[in-house]
Design a protein around this ligand. Structure first.
Ligand code: MHF
Ligand SMILES: O=c1ccn([C@H]2C[C@H](O)[C@@H](COP(=O)(O)O)O2)c(=O)[nH]1
Length: 276
């Protein structure tokens, strides 16, 4: 069983047995047929992943990690907010006629800000500080720009990364305000684990710990039978992540720079409905 499996099992069991339902409250998300999408939730879950020990991917069901990496590069490298730059269709429901998801995610990372060293966007500022100011306690990004929230088609969920260098080790905290456990918990963990590996590699550091802080960790009503079946599957050991070590420029990583050796997730045929 991978460590990611263990944490996922623990989190879901905790939500299902001690969580709180929002059935009596008005909720925003809807199922495709227009029914309100209610959830059961736990507030304030913190999961810690040691990236040197193993790659934190679920084996209880396949995480479509190639699509997850594609979305990660869309946000952090292409800094795009247009679904035409994305290979999957996961954002289609939130895009307008031009393909834009509004001033969200990649858009926020592309905005340049003034610094004494010159104008830089949030990603380039992180790259600069990891190289020139590794002792800094100010190396962080935030997508939660209140000024632009009215122009975002969905408010950022995984909204902030805090990077911290200890010796030669790069640690990070991912702050997430809202987590759809079945659809995207491991999807987000895989993405941000790979992001820490990427920043570490191009900054001459080794990846350390990813701390995932989740405010509202929820399971949607229609996902419960699927999660219950998943919890009974036979897990497998974690695979090994292999990254093309010749890449030294953050913007030179491609989806083909990453490989997983020995990924043998449990068979999973169910289609997961997404609350919109
Ligand atoms: N309700 C909800 N949950 C989410 O996780 C979510 C949203 N909305 N809205 C914005 C993004 C879009 N995300 C998504 C949406 C769909 C999949 C999805 O369909 N995953 C499939 C496989 C996708 C593939 O084949 O590449 C899965 O089985 O995990 C994943 C992430 C995460 N986010
Ligand atoms: O990266 C992501 C993006 C979205 N989600 C989930 C979390 C919620 O279920 C919905 C967003 O709805 P809100 O009402 O805005 O919280 O999308 C995710 O888990 N990970």
């Amino acid at each position: 069983m991978s460590h990611a499996d263990q944490l996922f099992l623990q989190n879901c069991r905790e939500i299902l047995s001690h969580g709180v339902w929002d059935t009596d409250l008005p909720v925003r998300p809807r199922w495709e047929d227009g029914t309100p999408a209610h959830t059961i939730k736990k507030f304030g879950i913190i999961n810690r992943y040691q990236l040197q020990e193993e790659f934190p991917i679920l084996t209880l069901r396949r995480t479509y990690w190639k699509s997850a990496v594609d979305e990660l590069l869309w946000i952090w490298q292409k800094k795009s907010n247009n679904i035409h730059d994305l290979s999957s269709h996961i954002w289609d429901q939130w895009a307008d006629e031009s393909g834009s998801i509004g001033k969200a995610y990649g858009y926020q990372l592309s905005v340049k800000h003034h610094y004494p060293e010159g104008d830089m966007d949030q990603v380039d500022r992180v790259l600069y500080d990891l190289k020139h100011n590794p002792a800094s306690r100010r190396i962080l990004t935030s997508l939660y720009n209140f000024e632009d929230l009215h122009d975002m088609h969905l408010y950022p969920c995984a909204y902030s990364m805090t990077f911290n260098v200890s010796g030669k080790v790069l640690n990070a905290i991912l702050n997430q305000r809202s987590q759809d456990m079945l659809t995207a918990n491991n999807w987000n963990v895989v993405q941000y684990a790979i992001l820490v590996h990427m920043f570490a590699q191009v900054s001459g550091l080794v990846p350390g710990e990813l701390v995932h802080v989740i405010a509202d960790a929820h399971i949607y009503d229609r996902h419960i039978p699927i999660v219950e079946r998943m919890l009974e599957r036979a897990p497998a050991p974690a695979p090994r992540l292999i990254i093309d070590s010749s890449v030294t420029d953050f913007y030179a990583f491609t989806p083909d720079s990453f490989r997983l050796d020995g990924y043998t997730p449990a068979a999973f045929e169910e289609k997961i409905p997404i609350a919109i």
